[in-house]
Structures are given as structure tokens and as C-alpha cells.
Ligand binder design. Structure first.
Ligand code: AMP
Ligand code: MG
Length: 491
């Protein structure tokens, strides 16, 4: 607010605890949110606010707008932009928060710590040629998709609010400026470690590792080799995370190492989108011409990103450089099997299998092959398999994929699971709805004209994606055709 009138936000439940200030100060730099003309609240995540211990409903909309536009800082806020590096499309660069400002860390009533960050709050020391701003459509898109991921039970940063700034942002066209409040277990990335490794200061690197271990992996402190155990914990979380993405058909789209969070949360919703037809080559990002970050490449890319993480940690893995490399290589070589275990376990659940048999991977692969050959919708195939086959609207009534279907039924019979029990279990894990690209575009277009109702309706079903109601059914259909659907980075 231009006149700087203080407002009683502390009665709201803020409890900032800026533990990051114990880190080497090369990692962050002070950054104040830019003044904006006319902040207005567009959407607020009331359940998330409550879980953070914030009583935001007691505040008038103007107060919330000023708060989430960074015009009035919560008590204890210590706004900074973080430095980091990263491999972007395979090329190493020094980076930093160019359009995001960390306000501080909120301590929740249950004692958990979450970063509160404003995305699009104006330029920082790291903005380079960027304006530090964000537009309404992409911020609402992040809100919608991150909340959909949370609804699916997939680790993710969350979205607390979106405000418009009352100011234009200049892209290909003039767009309404907006700010997203992002909530994250932390914003420490593989690229944060790369930044200190590139500077070559092992003491600073160790300080970051020690801090991150205390924040995310305190269990490894008692391990014989805590830094090796730390790497393994991070690799394990990423294996689990990317397996979850594969299981729901999520394409992140920009898996640069600066967009890989040590916490194991999905972060940085730019060109991401969900796949409709099953096709491992699915790419949505307008600038990913070679398909580096295609759906089917995601497991290999996270393995590559973890190799960059291991490289950064080398001086901590062993004092002898050769031994450190040998240890890193051995840990990295374990990754594909770890990923495969999470993925196959998830696929068994998607097919209602309770036990493990040696040819399960082949059974799953033959389903994926027949889906690819026939252009089947990924989400709806599993949905229909989980429904009564006699239903008139079930394509499996007419012996769809007959050879595969018979094999699957025989596999269930072999372990003694009845088809009914299998279907009931499958309905717990196979989503009825995902954020379909054409619906996401439609609700964002309505929101940009001021009509939030379609977005709220889509959000409501995405927050409970495993139940099937008439309401959900309206969101199940893939588009008639989706040739050339394109998504964009850094918008
Ligand atoms: P992303 O692809 O969204 O992960 O962004 C890559 C880098 O570009 C990050 O360091 C961002 O902070 C920066 N960036 C993206 N958009 C802008 C912008 N409008 N102004 C300044 N920096 C930006
Ligand atoms: Mg990023």
C-alpha cells in the first residue's frame, strides 16, 4: 500500500521462523516485492491456509490482496531471492529467483516448516532481462495443476492465493499481471547444490548439506555416512515422485536441475500437462523441439539430474576424489532398479494385483503397447478397467484388448483375487478426472474475463479425483483431437 499503513496481520497466525538465515549468505540476497497499483484477490486456498495455521477468513479482501501482493509484509518476514544454478536443457547456467521472492518460513501449529514465496512479485538481482512479473493465466494454471497434484496425493508445492496487480505485463500481448503465493517444504533444488559446487567452496557446500539434512532428512544424521545416506534419501524420493508422475500421465515439461526439489515435491509448473492418448513421445512444451522432457524420458532425465546432484556432493561423499566418484557411480547405478520398483508397484495397484509375480512387468508392458497401438486414452483405460465390464458405456464390454484382458483375468485368478475385489482396489488409485488440457484452457479463458466459476468447479472435482459422481463424469472426456497442444515456460 502506498501509504504503508500497518495492518494487524499478526492476528492472522503468522509464525515466521527464517532458518535459512543460518546458511552462507552467498545463497540469498534481500529482495523487496515491488509496489503494485491495485492488488485484488482472485482466489484463496482456505483449507491450505487453515493447515498453515492462518485465519485468513477474518481478514477483508483488500487486506488479503495487499498481503498476497507483497505490499504489506507479515510480521517476521525476511524477503529474499535465492541464488542457484542449473542445467537447462543440458546446459549449465548460474541462475536465481528472477521473479520469485521468499517471504520466510511459516511454522505451522503442528511444527512443520513451509516456505512462503511470492511468484511474479517484481525484479530481483537475478532477473537478468526478465521483468520479474507473471501473468494471470499462468499463475492460475499453476494454482489449478498443483492443487490437482495434491488431490492425486502426489508430493507438490501448493498454491495459497493468486492476486492480480492492476498492472499490465508485456509478453506477446499485454496481459493482466498477477502474483501466486507458493507454499513449499523448501525451495532447495539440485541447482542450489550446483551453485555452491561451482563456486568450489566445500565449507559452504557442507553447510548447505547440513542445513538441508536437518530440514528434510534428519534420520540420516545417525547413518554411518550421513552425506551418502542423504543422497540416497533424495534419490529415493525422486524415484517415488517420478514414478507417481508416470502412473498418472503427468508430463512436467521442464525438468531442468533447477526445477528438481530436494524435498521430493513437484515444483515449477510451467509447460506441464497431462497426457490424453498413451504415447511415450508426448511433449507439450513449445520449446522442447527434441523431446528431451517427453513423458517417456522422465525416468532417464531424473536419473541424469541426480547424477548432477551426486557430482555436486562429491567432496562430501569421500575425502579421496576417486573413491567419491566410485561411491557416486555405485549409488547412481542403483537408481533404475529403485525407480522400476516404485513404478511396477504402482502399476500393480492400478491393475488391482495384490501379489508380485515375475511376469507382471511384461503384463503391464503389453497393456501399454496395445494402448499405444490403438491410441487409447491413458486415464480412461484404467478407469474403465476399474468399472463393471457389463456397463453399457464400458468399452471393455465388447472384448476390447481381448488377448491382454484374458491374460489379466488369468493373472488375477492365479492370485485368488476376484474381479470385484480387484476393481474396488483399482478405484482407490486410478483417478476419474485429471486436468484435461482443453478444460484447463477453457476455465482459464473464463477466469481471464472475470468468471471464476468454471475454474472453481474444475478445482472441486480435481480435489477429489478418485470418486465418481455425475459431476466428475462431465470432466472425463478427452478432447476430440489434440494435435499440437502447446504449453509455455516462464510465462
Ligand atoms: P523456469 O523455467 O520457470 O524454471 O525459470 C527459469 C529461470 O528464469 C528462473 O531463474 C526464473 O527466475 C527466471 N525467470 C522466468 N521468468 C522470469 C521473468 N519474467 N523475469 C525474471 N526472471 C524470470
Ligand atoms: Mg524454475
Amino acid at each position: 500500500m502506498e501509504d504503508g499503513t500497518p495492518i494487524p496481520v499478526d492476528s492472522v497466525g503468522w509464525h515466521f521462523d527464517n532458518t535459512f538465515t543460518s546458511l552462507p549468505d552467498v545463497l540469498y540476497t534481500a529482495a523487496l516485492p515491488a509496489p503494485v497499483r491495485h492488488p485484488q484477490l482472485v482466489i484463496l486456498n482456505a483449507p491450505l491456509a487453515a493447515s498453515l495455521g492462518l485465519q485468513l477468513h477474518t481478514q477483508p479482501p483488500e487486506t488479503l490482496a495487499a498481503l498476497f501482493a507483497g505490499q504489506v509484509l507479515p510480521p517476521g518476514a525476511n524477503p529474499v531471492a535465492w541464488a542457484y544454478a542449473g542445467h537447462q536443457y543440458g546446459h549449465f547456467t548460474m541462475l536465481g529467483d528472477g521473479r520469485a521472492i521468499l517471504l520466510g518460513e511459516q511454522r505451522t501449529p503442528s511444527g512443520q516448516l513451509f516456505d512462503i514465496q511470492l511468484k511474479g512479485a517484481g525484479p530481483t538481482r537475478f532477473s537478468r532481462r526478465g521483468d520479474g512479473r507473471a501473468a494471470l493465466g499462468p499463475m492460475l494454471r499453476e494454482y489449478l495443476i498443483s492443487e490437482a497434484m495434491a488431490g492425486l496425493g502426489i508430493p507438490t508445492t501448493r498454491s495459497l492465493a493468486v492476486v492480480t496487480t492492476g498492472e499490465p505485463v508485456y509478453r506477446d500481448t499485454i496481459l493482466p499481471g498477477a502474483i501466486l503465493t507458493r507454499v513449499a517444504a523448501s525451495h532447495i533444488r539440485v541447482g542450489t547444490f550446483q551453485y555452491l559446487a561451482a563456486r568450489g567452496d566445500t565449507d559452504q557446500l557442507r553447510a548447505l548439506a547440513d542445513y538441508t539434512i536437518r530440514r528434510h532428512d534428519p534420520d540420516v544424521l545417525t547413518a554411518e555416512h550421513p552425506y551418502r545416506a542423504f543422497f540416497q534419501a533424495v534419490a529415493d524420493r525422486q524415484a517415488a515422485l517420478v514414478a507417481r508422475w508416470q502412473l498418472v500421465g503427468f508430463v512436467h515439461g521442464v525438468m531442468n536441475t533447477d526445477n528438481t526439489a530436494i524435498s521430493g515435491e513437484t515444483i515449477d509448473y510451467g509447460p506441464c500437462a497431462f497426457m490424453n492418448r498413451y504415447d511415450p513421445a508426448t511433449v507439450f512444451s513449445s520449446i522442447d523441439s527434441i523431446g528431451r522432457y517427453a513423458y517417456g524420458n522422465q525416468p532417464a532425465i531424473i536419473h541424469w539430474n541426480l547424477a548432477r546432484f551426486a557430482e555436486s556432493l562429491l567432496p562430501l561423499l569421500d575425502p579421496d576424489p576417486e573413491r567419491a566418484v566410485a561411491i557416486a557411480v555405485e549409488m547412481l547405478n542403483n537408481f533404475p532398479a529403485t525407480f522400476e520398483r516404485y513404478w511396477l508397484q504402482g502399476m500393480r495397484q492400478k491393475l488391482g494385483l495384490q501379489t508380485e509375480e515375475s511376469d507382471d512387468a511384461a503384463l503391464v508392458q503389453s497393456l501399454l503397447d496395445v494402448m499405444e497401438q490403438t491410441g487409447a486414452d491413458y486415464t480412461n483405460t484404467f478407469f474403465h478397467l476399474s468399472q463393471e465390464p457389463e456397463r453399457p458405456d464400458n468399452p471393455f464390454r465388447d472384448a476390447r484388448f481381448p488377448d491382454w484382458h484374458a491374460r489379466w483375468q488369468a493373472r488375477l485368478a492365479h492370485e485368488g483375487t476376484t474381479p470385484e475385489a480387484a476393481r474396488a482396489a483399482m478405484r482407490q488409485v486410478n483417478p476419474v478426472v485429471i486436468p484435461r488440457n482443453h478444460q484447463v484452457e477453457a476455465v482459464l479463458a473464463a477466469a481471464e474475463t472475470g468468471d471464476l466459476a468454471p475454474l472453481q468447479a474444475l478445482l472441486a472435482v480435481l480435489q477429489s479425483p478418485f470418486v465418481w459422481t455425475a459431476h466428475h463424469a462431465a470432466y472425463q472426456s478427452p478432447p476430440d483431437h489434440e494435435q499440437g497442444y502447446r504449453t509455455f515456460c516462464g510465462t
